[in-house]
Ligand binder design. Structure first.
Ligand code: PLP
Length: 439
């Protein structure tokens, strides 16, 4: 065990006992370089590292901390749950209340709690195969749905950050059952369904992709996914692990499916519904969801599924995610975008901003064509993000350590936090302007 407490020494000690020194690859700063920061405390919009430095947090634990860190109502609910017992391995009242709350916000009949988004999408796929008796899954390049074997092909997020084509350890047979298409490409979908439609169990999509940077679906693209799946007897799996209850009060569905009048068959949720503790859910239409054990033949289980402490955190988070919270989130994310654009423009950095509800990301050197798919995202001048990221970090702003991630705000981001970001941005923009591609 280490007795030192600098970021560098903790990382060095961690590398001796944890693969790569991290428990999730993107935390390793692989694409931005330098020693990852070890955080020891969080409050409101701030994180504090092992050296006592404070940062404005624009990662928000990759999404869950919608209300900011250590929101009093969430902390109180967790304390009460802890006092009542850590885990029962039985049904609990709060899992019922959280399921009801989710079903009151989005049109799902049934909700099954799991512990990670990976499990949620994995279960949705098993359900789709069980429901249709078909094997093939269609996914989009650059969409990340967690790290289950069949979903790692051309995944975004950490896979994009590490520039990996997929993953070792995935069998050829599993890879062959996932058809990967370019995002926003209706012709590719038409062609795939025309040739293999009878074998396709489901199309899985991020409601709005946020793991190749944010890439908004083109007008009508999601509705088209609904139509083409329905036409061919396949299911539509709608991954809202990241966007759910963040992109809007009803997730990205509220901005896409609801106004257009359609619903997916299966949904995956995570992040916010656990309020910072490990909870996720698969949800959807009764006829499909009731195929799950113990009612039906599709098996799924979890020792800690619906854990009472996690349920209390998720419930308190969603209960406190009021209209006012979403108004604040929207306002702060727009302010942030405006500050970013102003700084990049002043420094003469070619860029574009991609937005999906309260979520957005930037990309470099893309103003002419924008970013509509993974190839566009990968084609950007990503080397500019390295000095940009470090200039922000040095000035006390913690950004996602990869250009392929969304920026997350919370309702706790106040004027003081925004001011610190505003002061840091011009330095970062100038650093991005001066960046040179690796020789
Ligand atoms: N789906 C999406 C859209 C995600 O962004 C993520 C994680 O970031 C996942 C699924 C996987 O969730 P987890 O990391 O909880 O397994």
């Amino acid at each position: 065990m280490t007795t030192t407490n600098t970021n560098a020494s903790l990382y060095e000690a961690a590398r001796a006992v944890i693969p790569g020194g991290v428990n999730s690859p993107v935390r390793a700063f692989g694409s931005v370089g330098g020693d990852p920061v070890t955080m020891v405390k969080a409050a409101g919009p701030y994180l504090t590292d092992a050296e006592g430095r404070e940062y404005v947090d624009l990662v928000c634990s990759w999404g869950p901390m919608l209300l900011g860190h250590n929101h009093p109502a969430v902390v109180d609910a967790v304390h009460r749950a802890v006092d009542a017992g850590l885990s029962f391995g039985t049904s609990t009242p709060d899992e019922l209340r959280l399921a009801e709350l989710i079903a009151s916000r989005v049109p799902v009949d049934r909700v099954r709690m799991v512990s990670t988004g990976t499990e949620a999408t994995m279960t949705a796929i098993r359900l789709a195969r069980g429901a249709t008796g078909r094997n093939l899954i269609v996914k989009f390049a650059g969409c990340y749905h967690g790290h289950s074997d069949g979903l790692l092909a051309a995944a975004g997020s950490g896979v994009a950050t590490q520039a990996l084509p997929g993953s070792a350890g995935v069998t050829v047979a599993q890879a062959a059952e996932t058809l990967v298409l370019p995002y926003n490409d209706r012709a590719a979908l038409e062609e795939t369904f025309a040739t293999r439609g009878q074998d396709i169990a489901a199309v899985i999509t991020e409601a709005a992709p946020c793991n190749m940077g944010v890439v908004a679906p083109e007008q009508g693209f999601n509705a088209f996914l609904r139509q083409i799946t329905e036409r061919h007897g396949a299911l539509l799996i709608w991954d809202e692990v990241l966007t759910g209850f963040r992109a809007s009060d009803t997730g990205y569905w509220g901005l896409s499916g609801r106004p257009e009048g359609w619903t997916p068959d299966l949904w995956a949720f995570g992040k916010i519904i656990g309020g910072g503790l490990p909870t996720a859910a698969v949800a959807g239409r009764a006829e499909v969801m009731d195929l799950l054990a113990p009612l039906g033949p599709v098996y799924q289980a979890g020792t800690l599924s619906g854990n009472p402490v996690a349920m209390a955190a998720g419930l308190a988070t969603l209960q406190n995610a009021t209209e006012e919270v979403y108004t604040t989130l929207t306002r702060r994310s727009i302010e942030l975008e405006e500050m970013l654009v102003e700084a990049l423009t002043a420094a003469g950095v070619d860029h574009s901003i991609q937005r999906a509800g309260t979520l957005f990301s930037m990309s470099f050197g893309t103003s002419e064509h924008g970013v509509r798919n993974y190839a566009d995202a990968q084609g950007q001048e990503s080397y500019r993000y390295v000095p940009f990221f470090h200039a922000m970090l040095e000035r006390g702003v913690y950004l996602p350590p990869s250009v392929f991630e969304a920026w997350f705000v919370s309702s706790a981001h106040d004027d003081a936090a925004m001011q610190r970001i505003a002061e840091a941005l011009p330095y970062a923009a100038r650093a991005a302007a001066a960046a040179q591609p690796a020789p």
